[in-house]
Ligand binder design. Structure first.
Ligand code: IMP
Length: 430
């Protein structure tokens, strides 16, 4: 049986919470493989709204195993708080239902201090990070000085590694006039969480490999979106992990053959939170309307998201980079009632036409969208459960998107409710 990897094809916030929940009901194991608690996934199950950041979405479904893979950066305090929150909502979380890769990198308070200090130092060129310490934690991992989950079980090693880590970072904090952080203070803060988090630590790659061999269905749950990928996104206005499907293999310890069907969650228009280029951004009443109707406020930081027309150049690029087999189109109903809709089909750059988003910062900021205009629709698409429920112009819009991004729609989501989904192709059956 095939596995499924879900990734965002734009700048995150494509509405993957509902799709992942819908798919997790069909999966046995749900794996997070990158990012950390910068992600925000909202699940609506019956009358209960779950807001998850670090826990895989499968955690709210009994009988599923949730895995936080080695590619994730884990803030132990944030994780334990999230576990308590979902427990308070009646969800059972135990080492039987949740495993964290013992080699996952930890986010410590120093990382948040550095994240904040760096943003201040960048001034108007700030990235607009979530302030969760994600970037600095990944930097430490690559620099081979990170504290990993397994280190919490080895007090002597932990102290020595912390000394080294803090000596490195305190030099920077001193330089920018921020308070330094002492090893003892971090150890004291870690002490009460060590015993609570270690029971979840395990050899995730091995467990996943065994489950895979036993024919269990695995759902890899990506966070953020391809345009925030540290290699392929709008660098430097990106997150610090790889968000493409290939990372599902690296970030879980399974080989590349395990990722299965790659489903790209794609919003019917575009949003972005934080700084950076956004060719189709709207600064007018239509942009405002998309933000209001789409309730475009960050789940994690509460920041208003920037809104704009669908950028087919960018999503086509994302589909190729991410190895996307099919998309799940979300939030179509936000476009209901607009008399006309625009789709960006190419960019103009210095008098030439370009059909991809260039890598250079200056070029990314300078590209101008070239639009194709389609007629809108007046009827509501909200809650549609079959193609016959959709207005003809909505179907035309979807078909045109498919053509331009050279990728078919596998799923269409027509409201936050789980059942309001039109299934074209079941990713697990592919
Ligand atoms: P960081 O991941 O906190 O370092 O933030 C880097 C960039 O990624 C900023 O522009 C954030 O707004 C953006 N970002 C991080 N996580 C998410 C997410 O889950 N959705 C949308 N944007 C995100």
């Amino acid at each position: 049986m095939a596995n499924v990897t879900v990734i965002g094809s734009q700048w995150g916030d494509e509405g993957n919470g509902k799709i992942v929940d819908w798919l997790s009901a069909r999966a046995d194991v749900i794996v997070r493989f990158q990012g950390g608690h910068n992600a925000g996934h909202t699940l609506v199950i019956g009358d209960t709204v779950f807001k998850l950041s670090l826990l895989p979405s499968g955690v709210v479904r009994p009988g599923k195993l949730s895995v936080i893979g080695n590619g994730v950066v884990v803030d132990p305090w944030a994780l334990l708080e999230e576990i308590e929150t979902v427990r308070g909502q009646g969800v059972e979380v135990s080492p039987e239902t949740l495993m964290i890769a013992e080699n996952a990198t930890l986010i410590l308070p120093i990382h948040q201090a550095i994240d904040r200090a760096r943003e201040i130092a960048r001034g108007s060129a700030k990235i607009g990070t979530t302030g969760r310490g994600i970037g600095p934690a990944y930097e430490d991992k690559v620099a081979r000085r990170a504290i990993r989950l397994c280190d919490l079980a080895e007090p002597e090693i932990l102290t020595a590694k912390l000394d080294q880590l803090l000596a490195h970072h305190n030099a920077y904090l001193r330089g920018v006039g921020e308070p330094e952080i002492a090893t003892e203070a971090v150890l004291k803060k870690l002490e009460p969480v060590r015993a609570r988090i270690l029971p979840y630590a395990g050899v995730a790659w091995q467990r996943l490999e065994q489950l895979r061999r036993a024919g269990r269905r695995i759902l890899f749950e990506g966070a953020q979106g391809i345009m925030l990928d540290v290699d392929h996104g709008t660098y430097p206005y990106v997150t610090s992990s790889n968000t493409i499907a290939g990372q599902a293999a690296n970030g879980s310890g399974l080989g590349p053959g395990a990722t299965g069907f790659v489903l790209g969650i794609t919003k019917a228009y575009t949003t972005r939170v934080g700084s950076g280029p956004f060719p189709t951004e709207l600064h007018d009443t239509i942009g405002q309307r998309l933000g209001e109707r789409g309730r475009e406020f960050g789940t994690v930081t509460g920041r208003a998201r920037r809104c704009g027309w669908f950028d087919a150049v960018m999503v086509r690029q994302a589909a190729k980079l991410g190895g996307i087999n099919g998309i799940a189109l979300t939030k179509l109903d936000v476009l209901d009632g607009l008399s006309e809709l625009k789709i960006c089909t190419a960019y103009r750059l210095g008098g030439s036409l370009v059909h991809h988003l260039p890598a250079g910062e200056r070029a990314q900021a300078a590209v101008e969208p070239i639009y194709e205009t389609l007629d809108g629709w007046t009827d509501s698409t909200q809650g549609a459960r079959s193609w016959a429920d959709l207005p003809a112009n909505a179907i035309k819009y979807i078909r045109r998107l498919e053509e331009l991004i050279e990728t078919p729609v596998a799923l269409l989501s027509t409201s936050p409710e789980r059942e309001d989904t039109i299934l074209v192709r079941d990713p697990f059956q592919d």
